[in-house]
Design a protein around this ligand. Structure first.
Ligand SMILES: [Zn+2]
Length: 324
């Protein structure tokens, strides 16, 4: 870490490019990208797992070698970039493009902007990046939270059918932030049963939070799980469901619009989880003024996740891919 480009000191701890031009100037070489990823991966400085040494030498493109004992470690092993044959600057451009698409990224768009020959490659990359949009160990929602289920994949978002053959059931939790919406979490669940809903809640919402739901029986056990339960029952000819739980319904309708718009409804149930992750990632950072900051978060998370075997994704892709 001795050869630090001048711009690094300007960027400080959370350094990120402010524009495409800055991205291209800063990350045109493999070693610059590796150096950046290395710092994201070891924010407190690299420590050799063998000798605790702190000094390293770069070897080839992505390896670091401990100056003390000669131990070699890859900056991208165990990350979404593992085993890639594509130069890292191209990956960086892909991350930039994905984070700057306001309404979500499509494989076709990525293929065009990077000039990739293969649609499948673009599709695979996009899924790897979506995978990185979930921060491992992210914090739980807290405070007052609206929770309800919705159905995704059909022409209409309906919140109270609770039985659906073709559509996927997605449970949504939305934090209250005054009259607005704070952070959200969502997950596809196999059904709206008590077991499915409770497992979602305990993994996404802090105990002692106020969980506001409708009168669905699937929520009746949540007090025993440590939550304060607020129930609003829908009365006939009184309020509409969207008035009872306005935030979660707002999120559900945005999600539905996004699926139908950006993806023309072509979200296969199998890959829905990745799309939900992308939606959540964008939504929770919607107030972030700087696109560069989204890029930073994505890069940071990209070096913090397990790799998905490429052949596995491609195999899934071949089976599910319907070319546009
Ligand atoms: Zn060492």
């Amino acid at each position: 870490m001795t050869q630090v480009p001048p711009i690094y000191s300007v960027w400080g701890m959370e350094e990120y490019p402010r524009s495409l031009a800055e991205l291209e100037a800063r990350f045109s070489r493999e070693e610059d990208c590796r150096e950046y990823l290395t710092r994201l991966r070891w924010p407190n400085g690299f420590r050799c797992p063998r000798c605790q040494g702190e000094k390293t030498w770069p070897v080839r493109t992505v390896l670091l070698q401990c100056a003390g004992c000669g131990y070699q470690v890859s900056a991208i092993a165990g990350t979404i970039f593992q085993d890639t044959r594509t130069p890292l600057p191209v990956w960086f451009r892909a991350m930039w493009w994905v984070t700057t698409q306001k309404n979500g990224a499509s494989a076709l768009g990525l293929q065009r902007v990077l000039g990739l020959k293969s649609y499948e490659t673009a599709w695979t990359w996009l899924h790897k990046l979506r995978r990185a949009m979930v921060r491992p160990g992210r914090e739980l929602l807290a405070g007052r939270i609206e929770v309800d289920e919705t159905y995704v994949g059909g022409p209409e978002a309906g919140l109270h059918g609770r039985q659906s053959e073709e559509k996927a059931v997605v449970v949504i939790a939305a934090e209250e932030d005054g009259l607005g919406i704070g952070r959200i979490r969502m997950r596809r669940i196999s059904d709206a049963s008590q077991a499915s809903l409770e497992s979602f809640l305990t993994e996404t919402v802090l105990p002692n939070s106020v969980v506001h739901t409708d009168g669905w029986s699937g929520y009746r056990g949540i007090v025993a799980k440590g939550y304060v339960h607020e129930v609003s029952n829908l009365k006939p000819n009184d309020q509409s469901a969207s008035e009872l739980l306005p935030r979660v319904h707002r999120v559900a309708s945005l999600l539905q619009r996004w699926v139908m718009g950006t993806h023309q409804g072509a979200v296969s149930s199998k890959h829905l989880d990745y799309y939900l992750d992308e939606f959540t990632f964008r939504f929770n950072r919607r107030r972030s003024r700087s696109r560069g900051k989204l890029f930073y978060r994505l890069a940071q998370q990209a070096v913090a996740v397990d790799p998905i075997p490429l052949d596995k994704i491609i195999e899934q892709g071949r089976r599910n891919l319907s070319k546009p």
